[in-house]
Ligand binder design. Sequence first.
Ligand code: FES
Ligand code: FES
Length: 213
Amino acid sequence: MTAGTTTSGTAHTGDAGGSTHENEARKAMSVPLRFRLNGEDIEMQVKDAGAPLLDVLRHDLGLTGTKSGCEIGYCGACTVIVDGEAVPACLQMAGLLEGRDVRTIEDLGGPGGLDPVQRAFVEEAGFQCGFCTPGHVMALRALLDEDPAPDEEQLRTAVDGNYCRCTGYVKILDSARRAVALQTGAAQAGAAEAGAADAGAGDVGSAPGQELR
Ligand code: FES
Ligand code: FES
């Protein structure tokens, strides 16, 4: 994926127009940036290497699933995963992303179904307005990627930097526990399926008069 003409800090300020000369000057000042985003290699230009990743995602790349709240690292609404760690996108400078791996809420779920963490929030009604939900989901996704069976303290620690002004957190913690159960169940189901496939292959192989294909 290439976003070669985007410039951080211009698309949302309304000054993206201007003369050819101005555009050329702007382009000359821009900084090349290559990183991995949701499994795809990204190559783009950012106007300011100090621009926050949050702006690059939302304004330059149109990935608005990552929410903008306090923009000073307190609320967790903008949580993304960088190199496996949950971090606030509002505090990540674009220029420091070179070569790094970034995952946003858009990377979770898909045609095959929801990510177990997303499904847990649906099943436990872990949101009301939903503004804080992408941040909570990404914080928990990072934890479960690192430890598929975290304890209660780990769950609470994972989301203690994520504010919610609607739910009172009880349902969010219920969702977190449910996510662990769903992920563990999915892993067990996957192992059982693989085991059944192995057993099935063995059956076919041992069946008289049959050949493996
Ligand atoms: S918007 Fe980034 S922590 Fe609040
Ligand atoms: S559901 Fe509204 S802020 Fe959390």
